[in-house]
Design a protein around this ligand. Sequence first.
Ligand SMILES: Nc1ncnc2c1ncn2[C@@H]1O[C@H](COP(=O)(O)OP(=O)(O)OP(=O)(O)O)[C@@H](O)[C@H]1O
Length: 191
Amino acid sequence: MPGKQSEEGPAEVGASEDGEEEGLGGLTVEELQQGQEAALALEDMMTLSAQTLVRAEADELYEEVRPLGQGRYGRVLLVTHRQKGTPLALKQLPKARTSLRGFLYEFCVGLSLGMHSAIVTAYGIGIESAQSYSFLTEPVLHGDLMAFIQPKVRGQTPSMPPSLTCLPGTATGNTDAVLGPPGLSYPPGLP
Ligand SMILES: Nc1ncnc2c1ncn2[C@@H]1O[C@H](COP(=O)(O)OP(=O)(O)OP(=O)(O)O)[C@@H](O)[C@H]1O
């Protein structure tokens, strides 16, 4: 999460006389500090989340309605809460292919990014079952953004659908986006 440059301009330290950066990868000191703080905050969040995982079989708590999608590491199901009937998206990552740390990373990055109004909300519920780790997010039922993206043709930019909600990036760095509820619009300034 790089921050803004200071008003004095980039405060790159370690620049050699010929202008080459030394070890900061083009980041300012401020950006580097912000990145380090964010990494520490993420580590704290992962530690706390590990302590609060619900130990249960997901299907005891939630009833499967239908699959929503399949990723490289797991699948996403539309489920309903067995008592309340609330619709939710349940992302399940098999333990055979996902370490606890990998799960916590994806869960916590989603929690942090999910605070943005244009990104799918994560509900902060992580579940450890015998064979899988899972977490719950807002279900987005209006289709997948990828279906609306046309290849760029001769400088034309594809028109954006009126309302979009982005899924947070995954542990692999991918970002997906799916169409969101009508009230949520993709803000033009969002990177
Ligand atoms: N909250 C959601 N609501 C609706 N559909 C979703 C939701 N989350 C995921 N999906 C669908 O499920 C698919 C798989 O998502 P998932 O997060 O498992 O993998 P991914 O991010 O596509 O890729 P990766 O393999 O890198 O994890 C998505 O492409 C999307 O179509």
